[in-house]
Write a protein of this length. Structure first.
Length: 80
């Protein structure tokens, strides 16, 4: 997971475009938007992260940096 990739996606695309890219990747297709990542798994990770951060910002009114920190915290706790 690269936070710069998540930032780029959040700043560049609407939620609907991110959802379409997620669906494309899950169906084994090339994403409909440019998604940074070395492979499909990393691209999907970035899109899911961008969607989570976007929704968190919408629901809480927090800024990007705080939302990204919260997402990273959740990821760390899920793998430890």
């Amino acid at each position: 997971m690269k936070t710069t990739a998540i930032r780029q996606l959040v700043e560049s695309f609407e939620e609907s475009s991110l959802l379409r890219a997620e669906a494309d990747l899950l169906e084994g297709k090339h994403p409909s938007i440019p998604v940074p990542g070395d492979d499909e798994g990393e691209q999907l990770t970035h899109v899911i992260g961008a969607l989570w951060v976007t929704n968190y910002i919408s629901n809480t009114g927090m800024g990007f940096q705080d939302a990204l920190i919260e997402y990273a915290r959740k990821v760390r706790s899920s793998i430890s």
